[in-house]
Design a protein around this ligand. Structure first.
Ligand code: AHR
Length: 327
C-alpha cells in the first residue's frame, strides 16, 4: 500500500471513530444530522451552596440560549442518585451526558455503560479518578489544587512578620469530593515550609452553611486558640461567621478567614470586614459546556482539559466588585 493510501485510510478511520463518539449512538443516530436538536442529560451535584445555585442557573440559561434540550437531574449530594440519573440518560439515548461528580471515585462501571452505548460524557466542575481516560471526552472546570495553594500563599504573606504559632482550623468540603481533596492538599503544600502554621482541627462541613456553622461551633468549644479559619467554600465560611459571632468573637479580626468561591454573600461579608481573602471559583460554565457538547456531537476534536479563568479578592477588591457581581 502506498504511503498516501495508508494515510487516507488512517484519516478515514479517525473520522469514523470521532463520528461514532459524537453521534450519541443508539437508534436513530444516523438521522440525527442537520436539524436535529441536541439533547444533553446533566446530572448536578445538588443545591448545597450559592456557588451550586449559580452553576445550575448558568447551565439552564445557556441551554435555552443555545437551543439545547436539557434533561436536568439534581442528585442531592448522593452518588447513587447520580448513577441512577446517568443510567436513565443512557436509556433515553441522549446525545451527550454531562455531570459534576459528587465524589471522585466509583464511576467506572456506569461510565463504561455510557461508552458501550456510544454516548460521550463530559465532566464539568469536578473530576473523577478513573484511570481509563477513554471513559470521558473532556473535563471543564477549575484547578482546585491551585485554589488551595492561593489560599495558603495568602496566609504565608499575611503572617510573614509573625514568629509565634498560628493555629488554623479547616472546614473541609464534601468528603471524597475533588474540591475537598484538592483544596486541602494545595493549601497544605503552600504552608508546609513554615512550621509556625498548625492545622489544629479539620473536619467536613459538606459545603453547606448549616454544617459549616455546626462544625465551627464544635471547633470553638474544643480549641483554646484559633487564629485562622480556612473554609473550602464560602457557604461554610458564612455559617462559621455566625458561630464565631454567637461565641462573642469578631470574624475577620479575632479569627482571620480565608475562603474559596467568591459569591455575592461572601463579598458582602468581606465589605463588612468579616472575611479577609477569597479565592474565586467560577460557576459560570454553561456557555462553555454547550459549545463543548455541540463540538463533541459534531465529531470535532475537543481539548481533554479546559481550565476556568479565576482570580482572588481582598476585601477592597470584593467591595468594588460587589455591585456588578452576578452570583
Ligand atoms: O465543586 C465546586 C464546589 O462545590 C464549590 O466550591 C462549592 O461551593 C460547591 O458546593
Amino acid at each position: 500500500m502506498s504511503k498516501r493510501a495508508a494515510a487516507a485510510l488512517v484519516a478515514g478511520a479517525m473520522v469514523a471513530v470521532l463520528t461514532a463518539c459524537g453521534s450519541g449512538g443508539g437508534s436513530g443516530s444516523a438521522d440525527k444530522g442537520s436539524g436535529h436538536k441536541l439533547t444533553i442529560g446533566f446530572s448536578q451535584v445538588g443545591a448545597e451552596s450559592g456557588w451550586r445555585t449559580a452553576n445550575t442557573k448558568s447551565i439552564q440559561d445557556a441551554a435555552k440560549k443555545a437551543g439545547v434540550t436539557l434533561k436536568f437531574s439534581d442528585a442531592q449530594q448522593k452518588q447513587e442518585n447520580q448513577i441512577k440519573a446517568i443510567r436513565s440518560f443512557i436509556q433515553q439515548k441522549v446525545d451527550v451526558i454531562a455531570f459534576s461528580p459528587v465524589v471522585e471515585s466509583g464511576w467506572d462501571t456506569v461510565l463504561k455503560e455510557a461508552k458501550a452505548a456510544h454516548i460521550p460524557v463530559i465532566l464539568t466542575d469536578r473530576a473523577v479518578d478513573s484511570k481509563d481516560e477513554s471513559l470521558y471526552v473532556s473535563f471543564l472546570g477549575s484547578d482546585f489544587v491551585e485554589e488551595g495553594k492561593k489560599a495558603g500563599d495568602w496566609l504565608v504573606k499575611e503572617y510573614a512578620a509573625t514568629s509565634g504559632e498560628v493555629n488554623i482550623v479547616q472546614l473541609e468540603g464534601t468528603t471524597g469530593s475533588a474540591p475537598a481533596n484538592d483544596r486541602k492538599s494545595g493549601f497544605a503544600d503552600a504552608i508546609k515550609g513554615e512550621p509556625k502554621f498548625k492545622v489544629v482541627a479539620s473536619q467536613t462541613g459538606d459545603f453547606t452553611r448549616a454544617k459549616g456553622k455546626e462544625v465551627m461551633q464544635a471547633f470553638l468549644k474544643s480549641q483554646p486558640k484559633i487564629d485562622v479559619l480556612y473554609a473550602h467554600n464560602d457557604d461554610m465560611a458564612l455559617g462559621a461567621i455566625q458561630a464565631i459571632e454567637e461565641a462573642g468573637k469578631k470574624p475577620g479580626t479575632d479569627i482571620k478567614i480565608v475562603s474559596v468561591d467568591g459569591v455575592k454573600d461572601a463579598f458582602t461579608a468581606m465589605s463588612q470586614g468579616k472575611i479577609n481573602y477569597d479565592v474565586e471559583c467560577n460557576p459560570l460554565l454553561g456557555d462553555q459546556l454547550m459549545e463543548l457538547a455541540k463540538k463533541v456531537k459534531a465529531g470535532e476534536t475537543v481539548e481533554r482539559r479546559i481550565k476556568t479563568e479565576e482570580s482572588t479578592f481582598t476585601p477592597e477588591q470584593a467591595t468594588a466588585a460587589l455591585p456588578n457581581r452576578q452570583y
